[in-house]
Ligand binder design. Sequence first.
Ligand code: ADP
Ligand code: MG
Length: 727
Amino acid sequence: MSTIRFSALQEILNRTAIKVQENEKRSVLFGKNVFNKHAMQQYLTRAAYESVMNAIEKGTRIDRKIADQVAVSMKDWAIAKGATHYTHWFQPLTGATAEKHDAFFESINGSLAMEKFDGEQLVQQEPDASSFPNGGIRNTFEARGYTAWDPTSPAFIYETTLCIPTIFVSYTGEALDNKTPLLRALQAIDTHATAVCKYFDKNATKVNATLGWEQEYFLIDEALAHSRQDILMTGRTLLGHIPAKGQQLDDHYFGSIPTRAMSFMQDLEQECMLLGIPVKTRHNEVAPNQFELAPIFEEVNLAVDHNSLLMDVMQKVSRRHHFKVLFHEKPFVGINGSGKHNNWSLSTPNGTNLLSPGKTPMKNLQFLTFFVNTIKAVQENEELLRASIASASNDHRLGANEAPPAIISVFIGSQLSRVLDELENVTKGKLSPQEKTDLKLNIIGKIPEILLDNTDRNRTSAFAFTGNKFEFRAVGSSANCAKPMTVLNTIVAKQLKEFKLEVDALIEGKNLKKDEAIFNVLREYIKASKNIRFEGDGYGKAWEKEAQKRGLSNNKTTPEALGVKISKPAIDLFQEMNVMNAVELQARYEISLEEYTMHLQIESRVLGDMARNHIVPTAINYQNTLLENTKNLKEIFGDDYKTIAKEQIEFIMVISKHITEINALTLKMINERKKANKLEGLNSAKAYCNKVKPFFEQIRYHCDKLETMVDDNLWPLTKYRELLFTR
Ligand code: ADP
Ligand code: MG
């Protein structure tokens, strides 16, 4: 066995689970390191507290004097908890989080002195962040980017640093991050959903969008992960033969959690509690060594920050347990990949879920209104939703018999389908008293009972209604949820705006009663959005054909999927909703393309290196052993060797064939890569997608065949069975 593979395996045999000390009850730990309401009440003056609360609830500005007070209190609180540094914590367009730490103390004439931390440092910073992707928004001569405090997401202490969630914008005000457009989209949905809510409750003041993500991931032993450059460099295996046992037996799913993984989870959950991330469920997933973690849902901005923070914390905690966390959507061929379902709903400040029916017919009509408008928004913008989850890594997962295809469709279950079918028949214009009563009693009146029996589930749908929320299932496990959440909230906001205009026009123009007008508009929406509704098997080939007939998009690759982002209707939409302007959209489009190209370029380089520098020499090595053996047999048995060494000779020839193919294919791939590198933007991404990427599977085929032939003792790469089953 190659030394690297051998020592990695040796190392993990010596591993034992680290005991996690659970000192305090989880509920006591919760939010201990967060400058939350409780901490603010203790540390802030009443005026400052109220000002921050108003900023959170009503989006009002915090004036400079108050910001100074908040800063001082925040610093006192943080130092009392052992913090030594502070940082503006933001989410640049790399998809990850960024931080630059400054000490609270500085050295003056050899002694420590308190560094200034007042409103100015809290509210705004200018990190030297010229190397973050900006899609041309900032020219290098005007490289200034500003981070600005987001008071709606509370500051927290991680390790010994006070982290202040911030947005990241250019000197000219364009968003350079994922958070800014998200906050604007949340503002839009608040405005337009609240306006619609007023039909049902005159006193409605605010609507929050809510998100509950479900994070899937793999845990691989650190030593094994480090023994493979593909895992280290690309987050996935580019080579590896599928083991005899994969997930066929379904024996991992919801099974008992392995001890080492459990100890990692306990440690992680404690960290999450301290940081106020309300993690709730944990379980094994379908594939070996695959797990899932889900929190209680929260307001979208907070939930997105918590997911980004969680991914970072997971990496750090995993190191303590000698694991590597893989967030890649498809780290191993032949077994399931990972996703991050985004459960989404709308709620009022008192916690009323707008996608949950209520006790009165009016409340049920409110439910139907938001329900139907969401479906209509998805119908009209399915391609934008697809684009929002596009990435090189998610391309491997979508449509891979385990995840929704690249086609976006909405599943609502047979019972709600029946309700919508009946509503299609509502009379145009004024309703007779009889019809009104019938609607109230027999159609919308029955909705709560329908939803109580929520056994109707379809796991193959990209966007499914699950009783009191929609679940966007096509989101990838490594994604920043801000992207799909920005799009979803923007399109629903726009839809609600239109709905309000249409209903008002009927009330004023046609003299209809409010509920009559609502029924009339909903009826038309239900008819218009039928194409997006699909109750069948989303994984099947038949659906692809059917979807094509319906005119739904099926953009299988990222370069295809991204185009819609800079289409005229998309620019108009995002501009109208004040979420992004044309420059910001163009920048994101270019960054996504470049990210795609870079990913494939790295994968291609790593694959080329592994194939030619690791696999081919190993195969030659083994072939030499066979040749030596054959020569020896000839020496002893003379001409009879041909029968005696028949297998060896055949092996020698087959190995030669694979080596020849690997070399030829790798050279061709490198050649295509060179051509792709000369191109730019979309053309380069397309070349990588259509000309370079196809070689990955071809090269892999021959390498994986060699894996099954070459002496196990010589094989340099840690095998799938070792990666997935050693614990
Ligand atoms: P399941 O596990 O069967 O998919 P759950 O009810 O356990 O369903 O919820 C799964 C996820 O949905 C959790 O992350 C949860 O926080 C989230 N969720 C539940 N209600 C809402 C809601 N109103 N808004 C957003 N997310 C929600
Ligand atoms: Mg789910």
